[in-house]
Design a protein around this ligand. Structure first.
Ligand code: URA
Length: 190
């Protein structure tokens, strides 16, 4: 069965696949350009995202917007989503069973988008998407290649909120991502 974006949204709106459905206000569907070549995957919605049903609208969103702007990227040209679509109470780490229950949403989003580049924001996404033993402090900014997609991870914007010395490193990582994107675009035109 081939799902559409609409199908994903409709399923998610009434999803009860895990207990987070009982504590969430709104599920948070990925947002952005559904033709984007660049997909950002973070951990789970925070409390403000839970209230508005939109990813990265709180303090982490402000950091993310600054990073994007500093590298010449706009939210409208990329797609941003999360491993979990519902807010874990108290911002705790997602549980294994929650990640498993929610994974089909991410799978279908990725299938429909077919991104050329996936950027994991933070350890939780990197360990679920790139490798279970991914070490964000050592391996941020490194590349893994899978099928037709390049994958990397950067610090989560909330880690920058806690320690702003991570901002410059993360900006450099994002600028390398922009460069990689340009390289891919040039390969397509030669
Ligand atoms: N943190 C996340 O991981 N995702 C959001 O959407 C917002 C904050």
């Amino acid at each position: 069965m081939q799902y559409t974006w609409n199908d994903i949204e409709q399923h998610l709106a009434v999803c009860t696949q895990c207990p987070l459905s009982r504590t969430r206000h709104l599920p948070v569907m990925g947002r952005g350009n559904r033709q984007a070549d660049l997909m950002l995957i973070a951990e789970a919605p925070g409390s403000q995202e839970d209230r508005q049903g939109i990813p990265f609208v709180g303090g982490s969103g402000e950091i993310l917007d600054r990073l994007l702007e500093d590298c010449g990227l706009k939210r409208e040209e990329i797609y941003i989503t999360n491993i979990l679509k519902c807010h874990p109470p108290g911002n705790r780490d997602p549980k294994e069973e929650e990640k498993e229950a929610c994974f089909p949403y991410l799978k279908y989003e990725t299938f429909l988008l077919k991104p050329k580049i996936i950027v994991c924001l933070g350890r939780v996404a990197a360990q679920r998407i790139i490798s279970p033993d991914f070490r964000i402090t050592r391996q941020h900014g490194t590349w893994t290649y899978r099928k037709n997609c390049a994958l990397t991870a950067v610090y989560h914007p909330s880690a920058i909120l806690r320690d702003d010395s991570k901002y410059e490193t993360t900006k450099e990582d994002f600028c390398k991502i922009v460069k990689k994107r340009e390289e891919f675009k040039q390969q397509k035109t030669v």
